[in-house]
Design a protein. Structure first.
Length: 251
């Protein structure tokens, strides 16, 4: 568990895709800085395991089993979660296929999860934020929304959409006191991908990163805390790349 401060004390943060990976890490991070956290994902057993870790450090946590692509489930979210000050829109998936063999089913699944659900999660919670006169939304994008890679066309398109969604909502909702920003991670090592980085293909990718290393989950802590807290109160529509310089690497 991350040790932190009380800069988010009194805030309620809802994190989607919180059962593992980035989502679980962000939940622990925000809780360690004083936020009450609401963990949302489809896998309740995995959510409860993350919640137990957070509770063991004395932090306030709630779990909600929810498929972010299901409109009926989203409709019940406000009552289940209570007032939410911070939304971390993190849930996302990838389907790896060459463009010529990418199926329509996989395309729809990725876009529905990574982009459509992200908008409707934001819309669902922004209504309460508007009524209270304040709110903060952090969308998890990717450097693949700003740069190209083969074999992940639907994922890259969805993350490009997330970046444009972030900027559009920031413009429209600024008048309500709602800030909308995004974090765009580069290659970050997690339990799901760590075996790949030891392969020849993985090592070749690492060599293309100017810092010549993978990102660690902890490398996302500062940017996430900045965007989730009042330290970024004059920021909206911003996209922070956290990628070891990958976006500025030479051709």
């Amino acid at each position: 568990m991350i040790s932190g401060s009380t800069q988010l004390l009194g805030k309620c943060a809802l994190i989607t895709g919180a059962s593992s990976g980035l989502g679980a890490h962000f939940a622990q991070l925000l809780a360690s800085h004083g936020a009450k956290v609401v963990l949302v994902a489809r896998r309740l057993e995995a959510l409860n395991a993350v919640a137990e870790t957070i509770r063991s450090f004395g932090h306030d946590v709630k779990t909600i089993a929810l498929d972010v692509t299901n409109s009926a489930s989203r409709a019940d979210l406000v009552a289940a979660a209570g007032p939410v000050d911070i939304l971390i829109n993190n849930a996302g998936i990838v389907r790896e296929h060459a463009a010529l063999s990418h199926s329509e089913v996989d395309w729809d699944t990725v876009l529905d999860t990574n982009l459509k659900a992200m908008f409707f999660m934001a819309q669902t919670l922004a209504a309460g934020m508007r009524d209270r006169g304040h709110g903060c939304i952090v969308n998890v994008a990717s450097i693949l929304g700003l740069r190209q890679a083969g074999g992940v066309v639907s994922y890259a398109v969805s993350k490009a959409g997330v970046i444009q969604l972030t900027k559009t909502l920031a413009l429209e909702w600024a008048r309500y006191g709602i800030r909308v920003n995004a974090i765009a991670p580069g290659y970050v090592e997690t339990e799901l991908n760590q075996d790949f980085w030891g392969t020849d293909a993985g090592k070749a990718l690492i060599k293309r990163i100017p810092q010549r290393r993978l990102g660690q989950l902890s490398d996302l802590d500062g940017p996430m805390l900045l965007l989730a807290s009042d330290a970024s109160r004059y920021m909206t529509g911003s996209v922070l790349a956290v990628d070891g310089g990958h976006l500025v690497s030479g051709l």
